[in-house]
Design a protein around this ligand. Sequence first.
Ligand SMILES: *[C@@H]1O[C@H](CO)[C@@H](O)[C@H](O)[C@H]1NC(C)=O
Ligand SMILES: *[C@@H]1O[C@H](CO)[C@@H](O)[C@H](O)[C@H]1NC(C)=O
Ligand SMILES: *[C@@H]1O[C@H](CO)[C@@H](O)[C@H](O)[C@H]1NC(C)=O
Length: 891
Amino acid sequence: MLASRIRATCIQLILAGQSCAAAQAPLKPAADFPDFAFSEDWKVLGPFQIGTREAVWGADPLELHGGFRALEYDAKATFKSSLALNGEVSWSNFTAQLSDPQKRYASAVLTVAFPSIDWPFLQDVYGWAAQQWQGWARGEIYVQSASVKTLTLNIEQILEFWIDDQHHFGGDFYSYGRAAVTLHLEPGVHRVDVRLVRDVRAMGGVGEPDINIKFKLEGSSGLHVPGSPDIISDIVGDENGPLASPYVSVAIRNGALTDAHIYNVEATRECFAELVGQTPVKLVPGQTRPIAYKLSCVSPALKPGPMRILIKYRMEGDETDRQAYVDAIPHIRGIYEPQKITYMHPGGMVSYAILRPPSPKAHCHDLSPDASLPVLLALHGAGLEADSNTVRHALDPVPDLCAWVLFPTGVTPWSGDDWHNWGFADVEAAIAAIPNWIEQVDWKGPGVDIDRWLVSGHSNGGQGVWYALTHRPDKVIAAAPMSGYSSIQNYVPYTFWRTADPGRSAVVQSSLNSYRHELLLENAKGIPIMQQHGSADDNVPAYHSRLLSQLLEQAGVETTYVEMQDKPHWWDGVMTTQPLKDFYQRHLNAGLQPKIPLNLRDFTVVSAGQGDMGAKNGVEILHLETSAQLGKVYVTFDPLTLGCVLHTSNVRVFRLLPLFRDCSFVAVDGKNMTACSFSEAEVTLQSVDGQWQHSTDWPALPKRRGKQQGAMDAILRTNGAFHIVHHSAAAKGLALQVSRNLCQYFAADTGITDDYEEARISNGSVISIAIGSDLPKTSYGYHPIRLFSDRIEIVDNHVAARPALRGYGSADGLAAIFLRALPGERLELVVWGVDEESLDIAARLVPLMTGTGQPDFVVADRSMLWKGLEGTLALGWFDGEWDVSRNSYFS
Ligand SMILES: *[C@@H]1O[C@H](CO)[C@@H](O)[C@H](O)[C@H]1NC(C)=O
Ligand SMILES: *[C@@H]1O[C@H](CO)[C@@H](O)[C@H](O)[C@H]1NC(C)=O
Ligand SMILES: *[C@@H]1O[C@H](CO)[C@@H](O)[C@H](O)[C@H]1NC(C)=O
C-alpha cells in the first residue's frame, strides 16, 4: 500500500520532469494530475532479423536469454545481430509523443528507426525481406488512483506485448482498433514491453523502414456500447424508403468484472428489432462481441429522427434489468446509387457490401424482371473500407453496365485473410444477398444470375481475383486483376526466416498452396482475362502481372496484359481505363453464353486439396491421396469419338457434373467407366486400391470431408459463431485472448464457455483450450494424437519396421495445436500445453494473419520461441482417415 503511494507520487514527479528519487516521502496527489499516463522515455533493443509473417512462430533471438522481459537497460551491453555494423546492437533511447494530460484517455506515439543500419545495401541484395526487422521497446504506464483501475489498451501495429509479467499475444497488427485489451492495474508504475515487428505489407516498403506505434489507454467500466451501430444498411429511395437490408451489428465490450448477458433488443416507434442467433448473448469480462440483430420498420422510419435500439442486459449475479441504446441514422441513397447492403456472414456475424443495381440506361438485350444479369465483383485493396468514396465510386465512369456491381468488404480492410477462407466466404454471402435485396426493396428491374461473375479487383483485391479464378472457375465468366500480386511469398520474399530444416519449411510452404496462385493457373483456361498494371508501381511491382501473364501462356490460358506506362499503384480511374471499359462491356453485355463448353479439347483441373475448391468445367476434385500436395485431373476430349479421357495425379475422389453426359464414354486412368451411369445428376468416383470405382461400388467416402480439409485455417470455414472452450479455469485467460484475436483480425463472433457439450452441439467451429490431460477424448472416430499430463504421442502409420508411435516429453515445455473432427463436417482446433506457460506457445499459432503457414498439426517446445519454425518437434497433415499423412515432419 505504502509502496504504491510512493509510486503514485513518483509518477507526478516524473511527469513534472523531475527524478523519482526525490519521492522518498509521500506527497499529496495533485488534483489536476491524470489518472493514468504513458512514460515519455522508451528503451529500445534491436534491430534483429525476422522473416515475412514469421513472428507467430516465435523466432525472437532474445528468448535464448530468457526473453526481453528478463533484461535490464545496460548502456554497455551488446547483442549479436545479423543486420547491424560489427554484427552487434545495443540499447537505445527513444522519446514518445504523449497526448495532453486529461482524464478520459492517454495516448502515446512511438516512432522507432535505426538510421545507422545500411538498409539500402541490405535491400539491394535481399530485397524487401531486408526492410523487415524485429526488436523490443520498453516504457511505462503510470496509474494514480485509490484502487485498482480498469483500463482498455489499444496498441496499433503490434503483435505482442507484456504488461508487468503478463504476456498478451495478438495485439492489433493492422491497426483495426476493434478489440482492446482490458487491464486491471494497481496504482503505481507498470512496465510495458512491446515487441516490434516490421512488415512491408502492413507498413510499406519505400523509404526508411521505421515503425510507428500508437498506444491508447482509456478508462473502462461496465458494458461498453457505442453510440451508433457499427454496421447498418442504407435506406433506399428517400426517407420513406426501406432499409436495403435488415441486418444490423453493434460491437459491445464487457468492461465489468462479471459476465454480461444480453437477452433482448427492442426498437422504438414503429420499428421492430430481434436478436439473431442464440440468446442470451454472453460476454465474459474483457470480451468484445459483434451483436447481430434484425431491424424492420413501418415506413417512414427515419422522418422523426434517428432509429433507436434498446439493448437489454443483466450482469451475472444481479437480477436488475439494465439497458443501453444505440441510435442509427442510415444514409439515404437513390435506388440506382451504390448502396450499403448487409447480410449474415457464415461466421454468424453481420457483414456488408456496396451494391450498385443495374441502371435503367444499361445497354442490355433485356432489362425485364425475367432477365438475369451477371455480377461484376470489384475487390478492394488492402487497408480500404468498401464503405468509402474511393471504393464506392471507383466504377462511376462506367454507369451503364449490364451487371449487378458489387463491392464486397471481405469483412475487414484486409479482407479477413486476403480474400481467402474468411474473406471469400464474405464475397459469396454478399452475392447471395442480392436476391434478398431485390425482394426487400421491391425491385422491378432485371434479375440476377448469382452464378456468373466478372471478377475484378485492385492490389490485394487483384490477388483476390486470382483466388476466385483458380477456386471458382465455373462461376467466373471473365476476370480483370489490376495491380495484383501473385502470392504472398512472391510479394515479400520469405528469405529472412530463421533457417530451418527444409523438411519443416516444406510443410509451411505447402500449407500455403491454396493461395499459391502461380501453381493453380491451369484452372483459368478458357476464361477471358485482362490484366492491368502500372509500370511505375512501387507497391506491387509490375513484375507480378508480367510473371502471371507468362505463366498463364505456359498453362495454355489466353490473357491480355496491358501495362500502363509510368502509372503508379493507384490513380484515379485505375479501374476504368479504356481497355478495361471495353473488357467490361464485351463480357457483361454479351448475354448468356453457354456456361461450360466441353469443346476445349483438353484442360487440367488442379487442387491444393484444402477444401476450398469449386468445379472446373464440371470436374470437382474432392479428396487427394496425399494431403497438401497438389492433385490434378487431366481431361482430353476426342472430337471424333466424342469420348472423354481423364488421367489423374494424386487424386482420391472427384466428381463429374452432368455435362459429362455428353461424352460417348468416360475413361479414367485407362479404365473405361461404362459401368457408371452418366445420366445421373453427377457422378462421384473414388480410387480404391488403385482402381476407380463408382459411388455404388465402394463402402464409404473418406472420413475427413469437405470443409474439414485443409491446413489449420480451415477452422475459419465455420458455420456460425466460434465456440471457445476452456477445459480448466487456468485456460480461461487464453480463451479470452483467442476470442479477442478472432474479433480483432476477422471481426468474428465468439462464445466463450467451459461447457464442452454446448460447443459440440453448436453449428460453428470449436476451439478447445486445454492444459495437461484435461481435454476430453474425441467421440467422433479415430484421431492419432494422444495428450498426457507430461507428454504427447502421435500414431504414425508411415514408419516402416519401427514402432509407429512418436512421443515427445516436456523437459523444455511442450505445446501442440491440431485439428479434430466434429459431426456435420465441422472442425475443432485443439490448443494445448502441458502447463500454462506451454499453452501460451501453442496459442501463438491459432490462425490470425495470412502467410504464416500452419499445417494441420504442430508440436513444439519452448525452443520455438527463439528458433522459430526450426524449434518445432513435429508438424504436418492428416489424411482422409485422420491418419498422419506421410509427408509430415517428425524430429
Ligand atoms: C539513455 O537513457 C539513460 C537513462 O535511462 C541514460 O543513462 C543514457 O545515457 C541514455 N543514453 C543515451 C545514448 O542518451
Ligand atoms: C469405352 O466403351 C465405349 C462403349 O462401351 C466404347 O465405345 C469406347 O471405345 C471405349 N473406350 C475405350 C478407351 O476403351
Ligand atoms: C444450427 O443451424 C440450424 C439450421 O440453420 C438451426 O436451425 C439451429 O438452431 C442451429 N443450432 C444452433 C445451436 O445454433
